[in-house]
Ligand binder design. Structure first.
Ligand code: GUN
Ligand code: ZN
Length: 431
């Protein structure tokens, strides 16, 4: 098998940074070499000439693990920037209309291909996506992921009430379709399935019971849903489930919380809910651009983190406004500024890589540049635009360079992407 060596400035995290000076949390090689064979990293170290391998020289750019996005909706790719006052208006006016289009295979295939192009263009090599309630939207998603050899998580949305008839399944059909799709896609190639009840508002107790049965039958699948995003949503959830102590308690009562559960938003949690998340190991997913766009609120990173809650970060396309994890963490930084909390550049880049890999319990597979991991990588150019180049000229440290990438960067800062060792951005059609 032919070996490839990527030469460049290599940065990878080994632990969660404990502050802006925590140099022990990462490994940085000024002139590094990543040796790749058969789609995997087999060695990482200082560069040394090696005639037996093809060398691709990315200097002076930084090479990091590919970005990971832990919550987004591929079926909302064409409705980003829909003008609404708040979550429920946005869902009813645009989202539940848009997602009906995915009953057509042709539409699902076209949008999923465009969606994967956007992920790659923005440096994201793994994502966790909601499909629509139509099984064919899931086939289009995992089919496209397989074509590109990408490690992708996703699932059919389960929703059996409070939405247009054309979008609703039933407790039984949602269960049956999910089982079929798990058999078809979970563990096939790099695909992993997420059991996906949309949220408490669009699932009857019978459907959450069916989701509970699926979780028991398929404990190695993920579970994804939405939690505590918006005040009106919380009020309605408690009207629909008056027997539960709070919103988190609904999912708890139906056995849906565990270390493979990803909960989008988690903005307005009370003390008990925070404790439950910490105890169950469920992951709270911070979606800054979406939370700002829909006016949902300011995620309290410090409170959740201190309570021992696992935290992921995500774009939440199409409530979110950018496919870019750089733009997402830039907005995340500003959200935490408004909360009087600091997010160091080290923590931002940790979160988009190793942190999110840990959220998915995929450390050792993705999220770090280390032997044995997949060669899913992103090459970053901190001088990609004139404004970035101007600022880069005055940057004198790695941390400053990262912060400028986050603050000014977008898809233009993504010089190249590798998926399982193969070039993926420069080989995109239409570039
Ligand atoms: N809650 C339930 N469905 C959705 C969705 O599609 N987007 C967001 N942001 N919140 C939701
Ligand atoms: Zn969402």
């Amino acid at each position: 098998m032919r070996r490839t060596i990527l030469r460049g400035r290599v940065l990878t995290f080994v632990s969660e940074p404990q502050g802006i000076d925590d140099t022990a949390s990462y490994r940085y090689l000024e002139d590094g070499a990543i040796t790749i064979e058969d789609g995997k990293i087999i060695a990482v170290g200082d560069f040394a000439a090696d005639d037996s391998a093809e060398v691709i020289d990315h200097r002076p750019h930084l090479i990091l693990p590919g970005f990971i996005d832990t919550h987004l909706h591929y079926v909302q790719s064409q409705m980003i920037a829909s003008y609404a006052g708040s979550l429920l208006e946005w869902l009813n006016t645009y989202t539940f209309v848009e997602e009906q289009k995915f009953s057509q295979q042709g539409h699902a295939s076209t949008v999923s291909a465009a969606f994967f192009d956007e992920l790659i263009r923005h440096g994201t090599t793994t994502a966790v996506a909601y499909c629509s309630s139509h099984p064919r939207s899931v086939d289009a998603y995992f089919g496209e992921a397989a074509k590109r050899n990408m490690l992708m998580v996703g699932g059919k949305v389960m929703m059996d009430r409070n939405a247009p008839e054309a979008l609703c399944d039933t407790a039984q059909s949602g269960y049956d379709d999910t089982r079929t799709l798990i058999a078809r896609w979970h563990g096939k190639g790099r695909g992993l399935y997420a059991i996906s009840p949309r949220f408490a508002l669009t699932s009857t107790p019978e459907q959450l019971d069916a989701a509970r049965a699926l979780v028991a039958e398929y404990p190695d699948c993920y579970v994804q849903t939405h939690l505590s995003e918006n005040a009106a949503e919380i009020t309605y959830a408690m009207e629909l489930y008056p027997g539960s102590p709070d919103y988190t308690g609904i999912y708890e009562d139906f056995g849906l919380l565990g270390p493979r559960t990803l909960l989008g938003h988690c903005i307005h949690l009370n003390h008990r809910e925070t404790q439950v998340l910490a105890e169950t190991g469920a992951v709270a997913v911070f979606c800054p651009t979406s939370n700002l766009f829909l006016g949902s609120g300011l995620f309290d990173h410090e409170r959740l983190s201190k309570a021992g809650v696992r935290i992921g970060v995500a774009t939440d396309i199409g409530g979110g406004t950018s496919f870019s994890m750089l733009r997402t963490l830039d907005e995340g930084y500003k959200v935490l500024q408004l909360r009087g909390q600091r997010l160091t550049p080290l923590n931002s880049f940790y979160m988009m890589t190793l942190g999110n890999a840990r959220s998915l319990s995929l450390e050792g597979t993705i999220g770090a540049i280390a032997p044995g991991n997949a060669a899913d990588l992103v090459v970053l150019d901190a001088g990609a635009t004139p404004a970035m180049a101007l600022r880069l000229a005055t940057a004198s440290s790695l941390v400053e360079e990262l912060f400028l990438l986050q603050t000014l960067g977008d898809d233009r800062a993504i010089a190249e992407v590798y998926v399982a060792g193969a070039r993926a951005k420069s080989t995109l059609g239409g570039l």
